[in-house]
Design a protein around this ligand. Structure first.
Ligand code: G3I
Length: 341
């Protein structure tokens, strides 16, 4: 078909990626994947509950199939995710006490569970991945005081079991493993959503800046956190100016930025009116003009899926291809943003 390849359109700007699952590794889906994308993120297969559902029993088969297929097709793989409060087995943070009550593990136990998961998983995949979401979605949605970012980490059981330094501890654990493998070049990311909200963006900015400044006191010139993943789960009401403001702010930190989970909710009930389809396309075009402008600090732009039919938000038709894998106006807007604006 005459469609431009998105990875070719943006090859001088950033990696163009998509979330994938095992179903994407065959037939027309794999053809679409190979045509447009040069980077992939496992949508679910590399999450804590998929890799270590029971303590000490690591199950890598599904993830290995995804990673090996992507690499054989010449794609880069981003690892998602090592530490999160969702899709994470309860045993990592809590247990039943003698009276049968649910209690948090001690700091020592929970830290041991976190460090073992991080070490085992990073060592398993090695430099088959170019980067990891070491911690995902730790920051509360609208921090009342962005300078007190530690006080905004309370949404995760890791916070209550380990303490307010659990994010720092996760990155220190990952960094320790990478320091044992200087031949690898793997970037360590903090990944979160709603970072177009300026309170949350400022809280994340403060956390990354403070943790990197503290780390550099003992490791001059090195970073603890290499990158920030802005998830990009947007809607047609998202203001691209806020996205740009946050991109600009994160760029000042000297870390790389990735748009890690881009989709734009536009419709309802699994369909888009023509007006909704055009509004969605227009915002995609606006965003890609901004991403192109910031491509010096953007490493990767990853769509959270290829087509509406398999999107986690299918009923809102957020992606570039429809459920018959036909290109939507949104695809043409990304392939040629200047045509749209
Ligand atoms: O694998 C089981 C299957 O065995 C079972 O039959 C089926 C029905 O219960 O569930 C399947 O697991 C589902 C899994 O996706 C794999 O399809 C889970 O129920 C479902 O909750 C899970 O949803 C994923 C969601 O994360 C869970 O938090 C979505 O696919 C995935 O797109 C979404 O991705 C997250 C990112 O990781 C982090 N950022 C937000 C983003 C959207 O929530």
């Amino acid at each position: 078909k005459g469609l431009k390849s998105l990875k070719d359109v943006y090859k001088d700007n950033f990696l163009t990626g998509t979330a994938i699952s095992l179903r994407d590794l065959e037939g027309v889906r794999f053809e679409l994947l190979k045509k447009h994308f040069n980077a992939v993120t496992a949508e679910n297969a590399m999450k804590p509950s998929e890799l270590q559902r029971e303590k000490g029993n690591f199950t890598f088969d599904g993830a290995d199939r995804l990673v090996n297929a992507a690499i054989s097709a010449g794609m880069k793989v981003h690892g998602h995710t090592l530490v999160w409060h969702q899709q994470t087995p309860a045993w990592m943070n809590i247990k039943l006490d003698s009276g049968g009550n649910i209690v948090y593990l001690s700091r020592e136990e929970a830290l041991g569970n976190m460090r073992n998961h991080i070490r085992t998983v990073i060592e398993h995949f090695g430099d088959k991945v170019i980067s990891w979401d070491v911690v995902n979605e730790a920051m509360s949605d609208n921090p009342s005081n962005p300078s007190d970012w530690r006080g905004s980490l309370r949404k995760s059981p890791w916070y209550y079991a380990i303490g307010e330094d659990y994010v720092e501890q996760a990155f220190l654990a990952a960094r320790e493993v990478l320091d044992e493998h200087p031949e690898w070049d793997i970037k360590l990311y903090y990944n979160d959503y709603n970072l177009d909200n300026q309170n949350k963006a400022l809280a994340v900015y403060n956390m990354v800046r403070e943790l990197n400044e503290k780390y550099q006191k003992t490791h001059p010139g090195k970073l603890l956190i290499d990158g920030i993943g802005m998830q990009g789960h947007y809607s047609v009401n998202t203001n691209p100016k806020n996205v740009e403001l946050s991109l600009k702010r994160f760029t000042e930190l000297g870390v790389e930025v990735s748009i890690s989970e881009l989709d734009i909710r536009a419709g309802s009930n699994y369909q888009l009116t023509e007006k909704e389809a055009n509004a969605q396309a227009y915002l995609y075009a606006q965003l890609f003009k901004i991403f192109r402008e910031y491509s010096d600090s953007i490493a990767r732009v990853t769509f959270w899926g290829m087509d509406d039919g398999t999107s986690w938000r299918a009923e809102e038709s957020p992606l570039l291809f429809d459920r018959t894998l036909k290109a939507k106006p949104a695809y043409y807007a990304v392939a040629d943003p200047d045509e749209f604006i």
